[in-house]
Design a protein around this ligand. Structure first.
Ligand code: PGA
Length: 250
């Protein structure tokens, strides 16, 4: 059975005291045993988050990391540094990293390899832009991103990969893909994995949907056969709305 996952991407929000307050709010909630819950605070607050959640069923993830193990890369953070503070999950390939920091598929392929060499689990984000969808090339774009970013991996490596399909036009816009659009793309992603690897492997990978998921629309999206949960931005910054999403699985 695939894991049901809800991950909160806090992006560049919450200073230390706000992070601690939000984590305390989350600690006051009951996490259902059937769902893996993750949060990704900013780098400076990861260590506090790990300490505060040591006895809780909530995993702490980083939002990014560098592809090199160490060296003269001012301002960057390595996989080893994350591991040394107890962080072994990392989001890679978020559309904001791709757009604002010019992260390419080739760079992301390197980052994924480095993460796996360091025995980390990767939440790999990808998805088409609005112009791709209006031109009817969303499937080609998604397949290309998967191919270039992840198809160098062996089948067994995929045990450490969680996919997050995030159509760029739905991120932070309030516009969500319809549950049917999400299902259609998730089924296509699984078919693409099955053609490259095997059906068993394709069936075992968790594929999250991301883009304006809220407590009010999560149940319908998560109810789709090939949707295994969500990567949540804005709605993860409030414990009540995040938990409304965590509890949205039927
Ligand atoms: P959103 O962000 O939920 O605010 O649309 C999703 C994401 O960027 O992962």
């Amino acid at each position: 059975m695939r894991r049901q996952i809800v991950a909160g991407n806090w992006k560049m929000n919450c200073d230390l005291s706000e992070t601690e307050a939000l984590i305390n709010d989350l600690k006051a909630q009951t996490i259902p045993e059937t769902t893996s819950v993750m949060i990704a605070p900013t780098y400076t607050n990861l260590q506090s988050a790990v300490k505060m959640l040591a006895d809780q069923p909530i995993t702490v993830a980083a939002q990014n990391m560098h592809q090199a193990s160490n060296g003269a890369y001012t301002g960057e953070i390595s996989a080893g540094m994350l591991k040394s503070i107890g962080v072994d999950h990392v989001i890679l390939g978020h559309s904001e990293r791709r757009a604002y920091f010019k992260e390419t598929d080739a760079l992301l392929a390197e980052k994924v390899s480095t993460a796996l060499e360091n025995k980390m689990t990767v939440i790999f984000c990808f998805g088409e832009e609005l112009v791709d969808r209006t031109h009817g090339r969303e499937f080609d774009v998604v397949k290309d991103q998967l191919k270039k970013g992840l198809f160098h991996l062996s089948e067994s490596d995929w045990g450490s990969i969680i996919l997050a399909y995030e159509p760029v036009w739905a991120i932070g816009t309030g516009e969500t893909a319809t549950p049917d659009q999400a299902q259609e793309m998730h089924a296509f992603i699984r078919k693409t994995l099955s053609e490259k690897y095997s059906d068993a492997m394709a069936q075992s990978v968790s594929i999250l949907y991301g883009g304006s998921v809220k407590p009010g629309n999560a149940a319908e999206i998560f109810g789709k056969e090939d949707v295994d949960g969500g990567l949540i931005g804005g709605a993860s910054l409030d414990a009540e709305s995040f938990m409304g999403i965590v509890n949205a699985f039927a």
